[in-house]
Design a protein around this ligand. Structure first.
Ligand code: LHQ
Length: 261
């Protein structure tokens, strides 16, 4: 059976490709289930030190496959259950994964496809890419964490307009607005994203995981709680080999060799 989501390894980098280009990588239930299984595999392996997610062909993902037989309005399917079992499960995994996640947005990212990209820690996009909160076009609200990410990253004014108007946001504007990390020329995207993933994969993995945890917690915490958390997580970082290596390398004026522990 053809798999529409692929996982491969490039050294310490795990690469997940949404690979259904003829349907602009629209996500049907088997793809979503496989994506969950692959995220679990990456987490379980314990050897991947960065995860790169991208799309095959001209799009990143068109979001939910609206033609999926498992998604038929007339069967009165349980939309809440579907969301919990698929998109919410994916967002929870991406946020909890203790390695940096990078989305390389190669083309349009629509609906839940956009919001899965925005859930990644670092989003790098091709200049021709765009982000489309398509939900209002079909009478839905942004899901897959969209209302959270848009509001936290952009503020209510832009979040509401993007969600209610459902107009595509060009990648360059997304970068100017702080929705994503950066834009590169289309031809450079794959190379730059992989280089970024390798750079992160050779970093102090434990410190990066703790950084991710602290920054995500900052959305919910006040300053006092965040100071407590930073203290506790820094204590953990301070017990790693990579911290000792980082200090030694600095004093010896050489590049550190982090081993991710
Ligand atoms: C598609 C799709 C698609 C199926 C293109 N489905 N076939 C979660 C769970 C529970 C409830 C519901 O919601 C969710 C989350 C969601 O994600 S809801 C939002 C779903 N996504 C959309 O509404 C986006 C729909 N797609 C589009 O707006 C456009 O296709 C975009 C802007 C993504 C790309 O436009 P184009 O570059 O012009 O490509 P196209 O429209 O020609 O699409 C190419 C083919 O892919 C075409 O098939 P065909 O057989 O005619 O060549 C499309 O029908 C198919 N396709 N999106 N979501």
């Amino acid at each position: 059976m053809q798999e529409y989501v692929q996982l491969r390894r490039d050294g310490a980098v795990a690469i997940i490709t949404l690979d259904r280009p003829e349907k602009v990588n629209a996500l049907d239930r088997p793809m979503l289930d496989r994506l969950i299984a692959l995220l679990d595999e990456v987490a379980r392996s314990g050897t991947a030190r960065a995860l790169l997610i991208t799309g095959a062909g001209r799009a990143f993902s068109a979001g939910q496959d609206l033609a999926d037989p498992a998604f038929r309005i007339e069967t009165n399917f349980d939309i809440a259950a579907v969301i919990e079992q698929t998109y919410n499960a994916i967002v929870r995994r991406l946020r909890a994964l203790p390695i940096p996640t990078i989305a390389a947005v190669n083309g349009v990212a629509a609906g839940a496809g956009a919001n899965l990209a925005l859930t990644c820690d670092i989003v790098i996009a091709a200049r021709s890419a765009s982000f489309l909160q398509a939900f209002a076009r079909i009478g839905l609200i942004p899901d897959a964490g969209g209302t959270f990410m848009l509001t936290r990253l952009l503020g209510e004014a832009r979040a509401k307009a993007l969600a209610m108007l459902a107009e595509p946001l060009p990648a360059e504007t997304a970068a100017q607005w702080g929705l994503i990390w950066k834009v590169v020329d289309d031809a450079a995207l794959a190379g730059e994203a992989l280089a970024l993933a390798h750079r992160l994969a050779s970093g102090p993995t434990v410190a990066l995981a703790l950084t991710k945890q602290a920054i995500q917690a900052a959305s919910d915490n006040g300053l006092m709680a965040q100071l407590d958390l930073e203290r506790d997580l820094q204590a953990k970082a301070g017990r790693t080999h990579d911290f000792a290596e980082g200090i030694a390398a600095f004093l010896e004026k050489r590049k550190p060799e982090f081993r991710g522990a």
